[in-house]
Design a protein around this ligand. Structure first.
Ligand code: 5GP
Length: 180
């Protein structure tokens, strides 16, 4: 088992670099199939999704526009339940197809809130693509994640863009906090 240590906490690899590459490849194939001619706006959620989104869109073969937004709900290793908009969208989304790209859906509170906010601007359609999902902690069961890379256990993970206290984003694989 591959391990890494951050601030004295041990994390174990659960998804390898090669597995991530395969997941990204499969997701982008599905998205390429579904978005031909639809000219969507791809909205990647900072900070965690920056590496995933960068890898994903380099496989896209359809016309699209790309924006970042920054939403925050996490404090340390727990979701706070309060959503802060740190960087908002500066593009008209009325009657446009929207694809939100997220690193991980945990409780679903962040995207549930954000989807409602976007819906108020009358887009044609909103879909979600998330690399990871924790189905056991999902509070908003109606949150539809059309493109999901992999379901994981309800444990804190880092790597491939996901941080703990701003560390660990550079790791090429996904690591889960080891229970001691
Ligand atoms: P939710 O609102 O779905 O509970 O949380 C979504 C956000 O919380 C994600 O975009 C991500 O930034 C953060 N998050 C959720 N689970 C984890 C995790 O296991 N590790 C890290 N680093 N961030 C997480």
């Amino acid at each position: 088992m591959k391990e890494t240590t951050l601030n004295g906490k041990v994390f174990e690899e659960i998804i390898s670099k090669e597995q991530i590459e395969q997941i990204v490849h499969e997701l982008s194939q599905k998205i390429n199939h579904d978005y031909q001619g639809k000219q969507p706006i791809i909205i990647a959620v900072l900070d965690g999704a920056f590496i995933f989104a960068a890898d994903l869109i380099r496989n896209f073969d359809f016309d699209h526009q790309f924006r970042f937004v920054k939403l925050s709900s996490y404090k340390g290793m727990k979701s706070s339940g309060e959503i802060t908009h740190l960087l908002d969208l500066d593009i008209n989304i009325a009657d446009r197809n929207i694809l939100i790209v997220e690193d991980i859906v945990d409780t679903g509170v962040t995207l549930h809130h954000y989807q409602r906010k976007l819906s108020a601007q009358a887009p044609k359609n909103i879909e979600i693509c998330s690399l990871l999902m924790k189905p056991n902690s999902l509070q908003h069961k109606d949150l539809a994640v059309k493109y999901c890379g992999q379901d994981i256990a309800d444990e804190f993970v880092i790597g491939y863009g996901l941080d703990w206290d701003y560390q660990g984003r550079h790791l090429p694989a996904i690591y889960q906090l080891r229970k001691d």
